[in-house]
Design a protein around this ligand. Structure first.
Ligand SMILES: [Zn+2]
Length: 307
């Protein structure tokens, strides 16, 4: 009988973890770089996923380790990402407006961790922010630089900046990809000015969809290394030195054609006809805002008294 995979201790609370969903990767195939793109179609395909019964944090255990995956982000090209630019810009405008809603925030310096091709940086810059991005993909960083944006091409740990030099640190749909999210949060804390705002989104494993779909939840993907719930996300952010201001689920703006195409795997035999029907009705380009409770937004503040 094959021995059960060894359960790693929880990164957050140190307790023992248990195997929640065993790998469903066909033949244990190695991860391909196409699986690391934002628009990767490899939904519901995952390596072993372990969860902590203490704090709820879950993590994937790729057979080849996680360092290789993080390194591969440097080579990611994601041409499809550009195709959804208007929808993404709409969401990013909403995100920067959300940041500006806080009475203690004034338009100053902003750092985006994982800035991709720079669409959020561009929206923030248009509104008067002095925005800087960090992005491992060479291709994406070049795209942002071509728009005249300031982007550091590399990893967060390679980024050299004076500590406490940013008013806001933002990061959208990145934290699930990070190898050591607690370490990265502490680094973000160090880069923020005392009293500064942290705003980040990540996939929500504690939501209704994840609980109903279990191992077939679409956001179980090989590029995702950590999965949070409200509890584990708040706990980690607190542990990095922040005061949590609030948490909510986020909507996403998507083209209906894209939604139906991505959902076709879940719809099974209904997927093809549903895609055709929305095409006949001329609805593929219709923009819809969707909130399945799958994306969590946390906003937190570095205490004024923090170093
Ligand atoms: Zn734990």
């Amino acid at each position: 009988m094959p021995s059960a995979p060894e359960a790693p201790p929880c990164l957050l609370c140190g307790r023992r973890t248990v195997l929640l969903y065993p790998s469903n990767v066909p033949n244990g195939a190695p991860i391909e770089s196409s699986e690391l793109a934002c628009t990767s179609p490899h939904l519901s395909v995952h390596d072993d996923i372990f969860t902590c019964h203490g704090c709820g944090l879950a993590r994937a255990e790729p057979p080849g380790g996680v360092s290789e995956i993080e390194e591969s982000y440097r080579d990611v090209h994601d041409k499809l990402y550009r195709a959804s630019e208007p929808e993404r810009r709409e969401d990013f405008r909403r995100a920067i407006e959300g940041i500006e809603r806080h009475p203690f925030v004034s338009r100053g310096t902003l750092l985006e961790i994982g800035s991709s091709v720079g669409l959020f940086l561009d929206e923030a810059t248009k509104r008067g922010w002095k925005a800087t991005g960090i992005e491992p993909s060479r291709w994406a960083s070049e795209q942002a630089a071509a728009m005249g944006l300031t982007v550091f091409n590399g990893m967060l740990d390679e980024f050299e900046a004076e500590s406490a030099s940013f008013d806001v640190v933002a990061s959208w749909d990145v934290w699930e990809h990070v190898q050591d999210p607690l370490h990265s949060l502490k680094r973000a804390h160090g880069l923020l000015k005392p009293g500064g705002l942290l705003a980040l989104t990540t996939v929500n494993m504690g939501g209704f969809m994840a609980r109903v779909m279990r191992g077939r939840w679409p956001w179980f993907m090989r590029m995702h290394l950590h999965y949070f719930t409200r509890k584990s996300l708040a706990e980690m952010v607190r542990r990095a030195g922040f005061e949590v201001l609030g948490m909510s689920t986020q909507s996403k703006t998507l083209k209906l054609g894209y939604v139906v195409e991505r959902a076709s795997k879940i719809l099974g035999p209904l997927g093809g006809p549903a895609h055709k029907a929305t095409g006949w009705l001329g609805l593929h380009d219709r923009r819809v805002r969707i909130n399945f409770g799958d994306i969590l937004l946390i906003e937190a503040r570095k205490p004024e008294s923090a170093a």
